[in-house]
Design a protein around this ligand. Structure first.
Ligand code: NDP
Ligand code: 8X3
Length: 242
């Protein structure tokens, strides 16, 4: 499918997968509205403040993006995060709220707000994770959130069946972005250790997967893409060079 002239919303376009995907969409001739809290980092044609945990911010974002783009063909539900990597009894109310509000309620909210504006032959891509398919230790809240994202994607596929809208979940494994710096609350040494001795996926690897799903002929719905670093079999099992 040729994407030239289409429009897209990318949540979390200020970093990582979102930024790479927004760039690739632009290169494919798509007009992109990017949203994030750090608006100064957005490079998209339409660049708007968005906090997916805040209903008013989300409504403002969608209204302004639709007005400036004239409608939506593609929604990339990418904004998300994990907090902490520790046994669940060290979890906190605040971290749990932030993860579920961002990864689950934020994604559900953005989908609900965008759906009325998504044109025929539209496409929704959700960023899940291998954490939403295989549990690993010290990640209970994130694992639960990403399992929820996959459940929501499956349910939406059922509800959209019969309408000309495709839906895909892209579920990556170990990928080097700001994800680990956020997870470890700014501890760069801990974040660096996550990618030590292993060739992780890159943001462009994931954007490539998203572009593959988007560019299939319209009758082809890529339901799920699961992509891992070659040296890993799950979030908890990674072979590292000494
Ligand atoms: P990054 O930390 O590099 O990017 C996360 C993006 O999400 C940023 O642009 C950030 O923008 C945005 N974001 C976070 N919270 C909010 C919010 N409340 N409202 C709006 N935007 C928000 O991480 P990744 O690129 O790695 O992560 C992107 C997605 O991919 C996430 O859903 C993550 O769970 C998932 N994922 C990541 C993997 C990895 O190993 N890196 C593997 C599998 C899935 P800002 O802070 O400016 O608001
Ligand atoms: C991020 C990948 O393995 O840290 O979703 O959960 S992992």
């Amino acid at each position: 499918m040729n994407l030239t002239g289409k429009t897209a919303i990318v949540t979390g376009a200020s970093s990582g997968f979102g930024r790479s995907t927004a760039r690739m969409l632009k290169d494919a001739g798509v007009r992109v509205a990017g949203g994030a809290r750090r608006t100064e980092r957005l490079e998209t044609e339409v660049a708007l403040e968005l906090d997916v945990t805040d209903p008013e911010s989300s409504e403002r974002f969608v209204a302004a993006a639709v007005e400036q783009l004239g409608g939506i063909d593609i929604l990339i539900n990418n904004a998300g995060l994990a907090l902490g990597r520790a046994p669940f009894d060290e979890s906190s109310e605040e971290d749990e709220r932030t993860v579920f509000e961002t990864d689950v309620r934020g994604l559900v909210r953005m989908t609900r707000l965008c759906l009325p504006h998504i044109r025929d032959e539209g496409h929704i891509v959700n960023l899940g994770s291998i954490a939403g398919r295989q549990a690993y230790e010290g990640a209970a809240t994130y694992v639960a959130a990403k399992f929820a994202v996959r459940g929501f994607t499956y349910a939406l596929r059922e509800d959209l069946l019969g309408r000309p809208i495709r839906i895909t979940t892209v579920d990556p494994g170990l990928a080097e972005t700001e994800f680990s710096v956020v997870r470890f609350k700014g501890d760069q040494a801990k974040a660096d250790a996550v990618y030590k001795g292993v060739d992780p996926l890159t943001p462009d690897d994931i954007a490539d997967c998203i572009m593959f799903a988007l560019t299939r002929p319209f009758h082809v719905n890529i339901d799920e893409i699961v992509v891992k670093a070659q040296a890993q079999s799950s979030g908890g099992r990674i072979i590292r060079e000494p």
